[in-house]
Write a protein that binds this ligand. Structure first.
Ligand code: ADP
Ligand code: ADP
Length: 542
């Protein structure tokens, strides 16, 4: 072996099994004999935003319950009554000492935004305004309603809101509280990039201007980078143990995570590094056209929403990224291509086998995952299928579960696998990153990319995660217009033109991290931001 992993080689294993040095120490909390153990704790700090970067099931909720004073961590002694004095002894002299003293003295109050906003309608009856008014402890509500653009739906019943609307209501409800410590478990689900950036700015303002401590878990790395001041990387084996590292600068934390190696901890968390293209990919000599389509138009009802699509060509073997705000017609376009919708103008006369993963996944048959997947492909279980599909999508642990019992992230992974397992000429994936944690996104991205390359498959991917797009797409189709009213789809463009088109609408520029070349959002009106806007280079600056 290479000496990195202990039990199994990660090249061959689904879970990367490390023996972290921290395991020599006592955990912060252990639920019982052979039960989940948490090592380390994040350090909330007034006036700053602390991020946690890592997979689900790694103990972040456990950590937050301890930091909120709802649970006294037992330092591994699960059969003894835990005390704050013992916890304080453990953390004396560390950055956590002050904070733990305050928790012990009952001085820390907390506001939290749950991870699964879709659950909110089950817990609350009434309109969004009724929910929000109950939370407005700082008199900040009107400003949040305005900046998060909740106004048009604020008097609607909670149960009628879309995922993106619920997410923004939940953010406003959390940020409007008057507390010491705010915990936000993911801010980006269901939001488009513009909305993600706005949410990140509001959270930063709360920390900086109101001197609050904010802890966030976020799986969209471009947003986490913008949002956090310091970062704890979390690693381990979901469900078994989790290690939360000491705080790192957000830049180093993300760089080390992408590299797959944590320097201070001397810990490899992934066999290979994730790398970005610094320059726009060169225009390659084009393959055969797969689809040539004319100008198209589609509207709903009596024209409440109308979409027009500029004619274009999709080439065999390319990955075409599709970007744009919510409600602009991206899913409508996908359904025009799959034949689920018919255009009002223009004809799609190709007869292609298309494999489609919709945004909202409906695979609710009372059937086991393995039975479902083997009904789709006779490759199921072959060593090729295991390596290319099951492993990167972490399916082995859920093969025996019922489709109806899967969580959002599990369902997403099964749906991506089902989509890629079909024999088709065109694969259409609508928001594959939704509900996936950061590590699952990385793995799913490389599975889709590898599949496209090895099969000469043509893939269309709609997504809001810009890192995922950067890693996946050969070209971009950009949507603009006015959400819910009218949308316009550009023809497929080279990455540089497409990114410029897309990001100039959003008024966001990216610079490159010197060490890893990963894209980072520029501060608005910073020197680089102004220079790049002047040069019209929003993403691939020279
Ligand atoms: P995360 O928030 O990172 O998804 P959690 O802190 O909720 O993780 O849970 C981490 C692990 O601890 C999970 O495997 C979970 O099943 C386990 N766990 C959570 N609460 C308890 C409990 N009261 N008793 C035993 N195990 C628990
Ligand atoms: P996106 O995928 O970019 O979020 P969609 O294509 O889902 O956008 O929707 C674009 C607009 O069309 C939205 O305002 C949406 O509410 C509306 N819309 C979508 N499907 C229908 C439908 N079947 N009937 C009426 N309006 C619809």
């Amino acid at each position: 072996t290479c000496g990195i992993c202990v039990e199994k080689c990660p090249f061959d294993a689904i879970e990367i099994i490390n023996l972290p040095s921290e395991l020599d120490e006592e955990p912060t909390h252990r639920y019982g004999e052979n039960a989940f153990s948490l090592y380390g704790l994040p350090v909330p700090e007034s006036g700053s935003v602390t991020g946690i970067l890592g997979p689900n099931g790694i103990g972040k909720t456990t950590a937050v319950r301890a930091l909120a004073g709802e649970m006294v961590p037992n330092l591994g002694n699960y059969d003894e009554e835990p005390t704050w004095e013992a916890v304080l002894d453990r953390f004396r002299g560390t950055e956590l000492q002050n904070y733990v003293e305050q928790v012990r003295d009952g001085e820390v109050s907390i506001a939290r935004k749950p991870q699964y906003v879709d659950q909110i309608p089950k817990q609350f009856d009434g309109t969004a305004r009724e929910l929000l008014e109950a939370t407005d402890e700082r008199g900040a509500l009107d400003s949040y309603i305005d900046r998060l653009d909740i106004g048009p739906v604020v008097d609607n019943d909670i149960e009628t809101l879309s995922g993106g609307e619920l997410q923004r209501v939940a953010l406003a409800a959390t940020l409007a509280r008057d507390r010491d410590f705010y915990f936000l478990d993911e801010i980006s689900p269901y939001l488009d990039i513009g909305q993600r950036v706005t949410a990140a700015r509001l959270i930063r303002e709360l920390a900086e201007d109101e001197d609050r401590a904010v802890l966030v878990v976020e799986h969209d790395l471009a947003i986490l980078d913008l949002l956090a001041d310091t970062l704890h990387v979390a690693y381990g084996e979901p469900g078994a143990y989790g290690v939360i590292t000491d705080p790192k600068s957000v830049r180093n934390g993300i760089n080390e995570y992408l590299k797959g190696y944590l320097s201070n901890e001397n810990m490899r968390i992934r066999p290979e590094a994730i790398t970005f293209e610094e320059h726009a990919p060169r225009e390659t000599t084009k393959a055969e056209p797969l689809v040539e389509y004319p100008d198209l138009a589609k509207s709903y009802g009596d024209g409440e929403f109308s979409l027009d699509v500029e004619s274009g060509t999709i080439y065999n073997g390319e990955v075409l990224g599709i970007v744009g705000p919510n409600g602009i017609g991206k899913s409508t376009l996908a359904q025009l291509f799959t034949g689920d919708l018919t255009p009002d103008m223009g004809e799609l006369d190709f007869a292609l086998d298309i494999s489609y993963k919709p945004q909202y996944i409906e695979i609710d048959q009372p059937m086991r995952v393995d039975a479902f997947l083997s009904s789709i492909t006779d490759q199921f279980g072959s060593s090729y299928w295991n390596t290319e599909i099951a492993k990167p999508l972490q399916l082995n642990r859920i093969m025996e579960r019922n489709l109806t019992d899967l969580s959002g992230g599990e369902r997403q992974r099964v749906a991506i696998a089902a989509c890629l397992s079909q024999d088709a000429e065109l694969y259409v994936l609508d928001e594959p990153s939704a509900h996936l944690d950061v590590e699952q996104r990385v793995q799913a991205t490389s599975a889709i990319r590898r599949y496209a390359e090895n099969h000469d498959a043509t893939v269309m991917v709609i997504d809001h995660d810009i890192y995922m797009m950067d890693l996946l797409a050969d070209r971009l189709m950009v949507f603009d217009g006015e959400p819910s009213i009218e949308g316009h789809a550009s023809k497929p463009q080279e990455m540089r033109d497409g990114m410029n088109d897309f990001l100039s609408d959003l008024d966001i520029t990216f610079r490159r991290d010197e060490r890893t070349q990963r894209p980072r959002i520029n501060k608005p009106d910073s020197q680089l931001d102004r220079e790049q806007k002047r040069a019209g280079e929003y993403y691939y600056a020279e």
